[in-house]
Design a protein around this ligand. Sequence first.
Ligand SMILES: [Zn+2]
Length: 103
Amino acid sequence: MKRNYDGCAICNSTWGNVWAEIGEERLFFCCDLCVVQYRELWERVNREVGWDRVDSIDIAGDRRGRTCEVASGDRRARFVFAFNSVGKLLRFQRAELPSSAGG
Ligand SMILES: [Zn+2]
């Protein structure tokens, strides 16, 4: 799967050395909390879109609030979300896709 981060799959930090297998992939994380967060997000996104596979995920934002854009083929979905202090989803809702007209 394509991701927009080179570092930690949640926060893009490059320190730390935690690896976890999520969605058949072995991903790098800075800490265990980010693993919990990503697992939460991954499961929720997959449940929400109902696609047989997600090809890419783009995460933006910081701990106060993040957005992610997921894609599978030409299908796209966007969500806004935030985690609580133990890495559970505090907020998760579908958002409007940015209109990319003129690109
Ligand atoms: Zn992290």
